[in-house]
Design a protein around this ligand. Structure first.
Ligand SMILES: Nc1ncnc2c1ncn2[C@@H]1O[C@H](COP(=O)(O)OP(=O)(O)OP(=O)(O)O)[C@@H](O)[C@H]1O
Ligand SMILES: [Mg+2]
Length: 266
C-alpha cells in the first residue's frame, strides 16, 4: 500500500481556541478518504493545512512525501484543491475558466489544448464548454471546478464539501466523476462532507472528527460494526461517535451557500 498523505499529531490553534488537537491519519493511492464531523469540528482547518494554505502549529504532515511546512511549493505541485467557496468565474465560459487555470499551471501549446479537451469530456461538459458559466447548473459548476483542479494530473485531490447544496442527481454526477478519477489514475482523494450517504457510497475509508479530535477511522463497514446494533447506518455511526443528531432536512448553511453561489454567478 503506497501511502500518499501522512498526518501525525497535527495541531492548530486560533488564539485560545484549539481547532485541531493532535490529529493523525494516512491516505493511500487510489483511496477516497472522507472526513466527517459536526460544524466547527476542524475539517476545513485540516484541509487548509494539508494544502499549505495554513501553517500547522505542531505535528507533521507529508503529501506525496513532501513536508507541508518546509516543502510547500512541492506539495502544491502534486495536489489539486476544490475549496468550499466558488472557484470559477460566471462571466466566462467553461472553456475560458479551464484556460485560465491551465495558464496558471504553466501548461502550453498543444498539450494545454489536449488536457482541456480531455477534461471537459471527462467532466461531461463538452457541449456546455462554450456557454457562460453563469448559465450552468450547480452540478455543472462543481464538475468544472473539479476539472480545473486536476488539469496538472495531481496525485492527491482535496475537496471541501464538494456536493453541498446540489440536488440528488447532480450529487450523484459528482460521485461518478470522483469514482472515475480514482479508477483512471489511482488518485488519492480527501473529501469533507455532511452527507452520510456520500460517505457511505463514495469513501472507502472514513475519519470522524469531533471538536478537533479524530474519534475513529475505518471503512464504512468497520465503523458500522463498532456501533453494535446490527443494520447500523452511517447516520447511526455519526451519532454514536459525535453525540450529534443529524438534521433530516437541508440545513440553513447549505441553503445559504446555494444562494451565495447563485448570487455570485447571476
Ligand atoms: N481563521 C480562523 N480564525 C479563527 N477561528 C477559526 C479560523 N478558522 C477556523 N476557526 C475555528 O476553528 C474551528 C474549526 O473550524 P473549521 O472551519 O475547520 O470547521 P469545519 O469542521 O470545517 O466546520 P464546517 O462543517 O462548518 O465547515 C471552529 O471553531 C472555527 O470557528
Ligand atoms: Mg468546513
Amino acid at each position: 500500500m503506497e501511502v500518499i498523505v501522512e498526518v501525525e499529531q497535527l495541531k492548530k490553534s486560533f488564539g485560545k481556541h484549539t481547532a485541531v488537537k493532535g490529529v493523525s491519519f494516512n491516505i493511500a493511492a487510489g483511496e477516497v478518504f472522507g472526513l466527517l464531523g459536526p460544524n466547527g469540528a476542524g475539517k476545513t482547518t485540516i484541509v487548509r493545512m494539508l494544502t499549505t494554505l495554513l501553517l500547522p502549529d505542531s505535528g507533521r504532515a507529508t503529501v506525496c512525501g513532501y513536508d507541508v511546512r518546509r516543502q510547500a511549493a512541492r506539495v502544491r505541485q502534486c495536489i489539486g484543491y476544490v475549496p468550499q467557496a466558488l472557484s470559477v468565474d460566471g462571466a466566462l465560459t467553461g472553456y475560458e475558466n479551464m484556460m485560465i487555470f491551465a495558464k496558471l499551471l504553466g501548461l502550453k501549446g498543444r498539450e494545454r489544448e489536449r488536457r482541456i479537451a480531455d477534461l471537459l469530456h471527462f467532466m461531461q461538459l463538452e457541449d456546455a464548454a462554450g456557454r457562460l458559466v453563469r448559465t450552468y447548473s450547480g452540478g455543472m459548476v462543481r464538475r468544472l471546478e473539479i476539472g480545473q483542479a486536476v488539469l496538472h494530473y495531481p496525485r492527491v485531490l482535496f475537496l471541501d464539501e464538494p456536493t453541498v447544496g446540489l440536488d440528488p442527481v447532480a450529487r450523484r454526477g459528482v460521485w461518478e466523476i470522483l469514482a472515475k478519477l480514482r479508477r483512471a489514475s489511482r488518485m488519492a482523494i480527501l473529501l469533507t462532507t455532511h452527507y452520510m450517504e456520500e460517505a457511505d457510497t463514495v469513501c472507502n475509508r472514513i475519519g470522524i472528527l469531533n471538536r478537533g479530535e479524530m474519534v475513529v477511522t475505518g471503512t464504512p463497514e468497520e465503523l458500522k460494526a463498532l456501533v453494535g446494533n446490527p443494520g447500523a447506518s452511517m447516520d447511526d455511526v455519526f451519532t454514536y461517535f459525535t453525540g450529534n443528531f443529524l438534521d433530516a432536512g437541508g440545513d440553513f448553511r447549505g441553503i445559504r451557500q446555494v444562494r451565495h453561489i447563485s448570487r455570485r454567478l447571476g
